[in-house]
Write a protein that binds this ligand. Structure first.
Ligand code: NAP
Length: 306
């Protein structure tokens, strides 16, 4: 089978860390072009203007958008209008409504739209979902604490409107939660902590129905924590390392201490969706974030500089 030509748009941290290596190792994809104002990938045709790319390369049938969420809609809409299939980094957009509009456009044009959630592809997520199926969840707690200066150096957009602040990593936890729980939950309360010089929260405490709680914090120095604990009437499950390591009743039960399998799995899924003529649009994780921003009680804290 010939490889499908794909363009990467927004060549920055995640494109270079994960997308480019995943594509290079894939049997399905040929990275045929990049579109970015500054970023490039050695050996790949580079455009700085998206309209110029669309006009020049009709042979590139799929685009994968890796820029921050706020500018993403305009690129996705232009790509769909030009007949290209579209893959979106997480979170899939700046608002729920704009992603719904893209889903309608993709459906109307018979194109694939894939709202990726890379943490759902972590090694232990599918086994955790299988273990929890049919069990009675009594409570669950997410601890997602990391150092924003380590993971987002120089990325001022995370503290600007639409940047989501601590929900940028927190939505990864919510993408896992919404995948593994046997029954859906919804948010009932939130406390959001804003540095007084920032437009987005640096910490959040969330309460959901079903005894589910979450603690997100972007000020964690030292060891980083990406854990989800689920207590059930039939035993306890812990996901660690962002969903890559599983423990059952306190004992190791599989997984690997690496996130490097997540993006190859996303691209395999995109290949299957395009081949099947289907879309996958799941807004459940982002709905919880929007609800937290709707219901959240606001605390102010000292200024924060990246
Ligand atoms: P980034 O490095 O700050 O941005 C990626 C690239 O997007 C930039 O280098 C820039 O390239 C382009 N860009 C930035 N602002 C733009 C604008 N207003 N219009 C058009 N292009 C723009 O961000 P990132 O860390 O790669 O994150 C991008 C997305 O991936 C986010 O949604 C994030 O949640 C997700 N993600 C990030 C990570 C991570 O570890 N950082 C992990 C998983 C997912 P040019 O200047 O060359 O145009």
């Amino acid at each position: 089978m010939p490889k499908t030509k794909l363009a990467l748009v927004g060549i920055g941290k995640i494109a270079l860390d994960q997308h480019v290596p995943a594509l290079a190792a894939s049997p399905d994809w040929d990275l045929a072009a990049t579109i970015s104002r500054r970023g490039t990938v050695p050996g790949v045709e580079a455009f700085t203007d998206f309209a110029a790319f669309l006009a020049a390369r009709p042979d590139v049938t799929v685009v994968s958008l890796c820029m921050p969420p706020v500018p993403r809609y305009d690129f996705a809409q232009a790509a769909l209008l030009a007949g290209r299939h579209v893959m979106l980094e997480k979170p899939p957009g700046a608002t729920l409504a704009e992603v719904q509009a893209l889903a309608s456009l993709a459906a109307a044009r018979g194109l694939t739209l894939y709202t990726t959630w890379h943490s759902r592809m972590a090694q232990a997520v599918a086994p955790a979902k299988a273990w929890l199926a049919g069990k009675t969840v009594t409570r669950a707690h997410i601890t997602w604490r990391e150092d924003v200066r380590k993971w987002h150096p120089g990325q001022d957009w995370v503290f600007e409107p639409g940047g989501m602040g601590v929900f940028d990593p927190g939505i990864n936890a919510l993408s896992i939660l919404t995948e593994i729980l046997p029954s859906p939950v919804h948010l009932t309360a939130a406390t959001l902590t804003f540095p007084e010089n920032c437009q987005t929260a640096i910490a959040a405490e969330l309460t959901f129905t079903g005894g589910v709680t979450a603690d997100f914090d972007w000020r964690q120095i030292g060891p980083q924590t990406w854990d989800i604990r689920v207590d059930t009437a039939q035993g306890r499950l812990d996901l660690r390392m962002g969903g890559n390591v599983l423990e059952l009743d306190g004992k190791p039960a599989g997984g690997v201490h690496s996130i490097m399998g997540e993006y190859p799995a996303l691209y395999a899924r995109m290949n299957a969706l395009v081949a099947a003529g289907q879309s996958e649009v799941d807004l459940a994780p982002m709905t919880h974030v929007a609800d937290a921003l709707t219901l959240g009680r606001r605390l102010m804290t000292e200024p924060f500089v990246l």
